[in-house]
Write a new protein. Structure first.
Length: 321
C-alpha cells in the first residue's frame, strides 16, 4: 500500500511541478551552448528531468523502508539517451536567475529548497532524527547513510572482488585500489591521491599552516580532526571500546588494529613471500628486506637505514647521548 501511495503522490508532484516549469518558461530557455529550445522540446526535457527526480525520491524511500512491493513498483529503467536529455536540462539550471538570497551570507540559489538546505549550515538545524540513536542530520540522505550503520546494509558491491560498501563514495574509492587511479595531483610536488580530502590535507604540509589551536596547551594542528583527537589526551575520553576486552581507544583506527590481536587477522600480504601482517606499516617495513631500501639517511655520515628508530639509535653514536 505504501508503494501505491508513494507513486500516486509523486505523480501528482511531477504534474504540478512540470506545469510550473512550463509556465515559467513560456517562450524558450538557453542551453549551455546558447542554443534555443522550443517550448514543445522544453516540455519533453522537463518531463524527463522531473521523472528522474521522481526516481531518486522513490529510491530513497526504498532504502528507508525496504518494502519488496515498493521496490518492484519503483524500479524505473532509464535509457542512455534519456540520461543525456536530463543532463542537458540540468546544465540549463546554471543559467537560471538565482532569486533566492541567503540572509546570512552572499550565496544565492535558483531553487528555494536549495536555499533552505543551505540555511541549515548557519542555523545548525538538523530535522532528520535517527530513531535508533540520538544522532540527527541536516539532510535526509545523510540520515539514510547513517541508518546503514545500524542495519549493516551494504548495497554497493565491487564488481572485481566480493567486497560490499554502505556508501557509493566508499565503493568508488575502493575501486581505485584495483585500477591504481589517483586523480588528485598536488600542484607543488609530484604526489597524487585517490581522494580530494587527502590532497587538501597534504597541501597543508607545503604551507605549514596549523590553524587549530588547543585551548589547554600550546599545541596546534593542521586539521580539526587532529585537534579533536589531541584534546582526548586531556579529557581521557576513549569513545572506541573493544567488545572483547575492557580496552578503549581515542580513535577508531586504533580499535581496529587492536581487535586484530583477538581475531588474528593479518590482511596485509607480502607479494614476494608468504608473510602477512596486521598493519600496513609492518608490511612496508618488511618489504624493505626484499628491496634493500634504506630511506632514513644520517646527516652526519653516509649511513642509511630501513627504519627511523634505527637511525635515531645510530645518531646517538655521533652525539654521545
Amino acid at each position: 500500500m505504501h508503494g501505491l501511495w508513494l507513486r500516486k503522490t509523486m505523480n501528482q508532484y511531477v504534474n504540478v511541478e512540470m506545469k510550473k516549469e512550463i509556465e515559467s518558461n513560456e517562450e524558450s530557455v538557453l542551453s549551455k551552448k546558447g542554443e534555443v529550445l522550443a517550448k514543445e522540446e522544453l516540455e519533453f526535457h522537463e518531463k524527463l528531468s522531473l521523472r528522474q527526480n521522481y526516481d531518486t525520491l522513490v529510491k530513497e524511500e526504498i532504502e528507508v523502508f525496504e518494502e519488496p512491493v515498493l521496490k518492484q513498483d519503483a524500479e524505473i529503467q532509464i535509457k542512455e539517451e534519456t540520461r543525456v536529455h536530463v543532463k542537458k536540462i540540468h546544465q540549463m539550471t546554471h543559467f537560471r536567475e538565482k532569486t533566492f538570497q541567503c540572509d546570512n551570507c552572499e550565496k544565492a540559489f535558483s531553487d528555494k529548497s536549495n536555499l533552505i538546505r543551505h540555511q541549515r549550515t548557519h542555523t545548525g538545524e538538523k530535522p532528520y532524527q535517527c530513531k535508533q540513536c540520538d544522532k540527527s542530520f541536516s539532510h535526509k540522505f545523510s540520515l539514510i547513510k547513517h541508518q546503514r550503520t545500524h542495519t549493516g546494509k551494504k548495497p554497493y558491491q565491487c564488481k572485481q572482488c566480493d567486497k560490499f560498501f554502505s556508501r557509493k563514495g566508499n565503493l568508488t574509492q575502493h575501486q581505485m585500489t584495483h585500477t591504481g587511479e589517483k586523480p588528485y595531483q598536488c600542484k607543488q610536488c609530484d604526489k597524487v591521491f585517490t581522494q580530494k580530502c587527502n590532497l587538501i590535507i597534504h597541501q597543508i604540509t607545503h604551507t605549514k599552516e596549523k590553524p587549530y589551536q588547543c585551548n589547554q596547551c600550546d599545541k596546534s594542528f593542521s586539521r580539526n580532526r587532529g585537534l579533536i583527537l589531541h584534546q582526548r589526551t586531556h579529557t581521557g575520553e576513549k569513545p572506541y571500546q573493544c567488545n572483547q576486552c575492557d580496552m578503549g581507544f581515542i580513535q577508531k583506527n586504533s580499535l581496529i588494529l587492536h581487535q586484530r590481536t583477538h581475531t588474528g587477522e593479518k590482511p596485509y600480504q607480502c607479494n614476494q613471500c608468504d608473510k602477512s601482517f596486521s598493519q600496513k606499516c609492518s608490511l612496508i617495513l618488511h618489504q624493505r628486506t626484499h628491496t634493500g631500501e634504506k630511506p632514513y639517511q644520517c646527516n652526519q655520515c653516509d649511513n642509511s637505514f630501513s627504519r627511523n628508530s634505527i637511525l635515531i639509535l645510530h645518531q646517538r653514536t655521533h652525539t654521545g647521548e
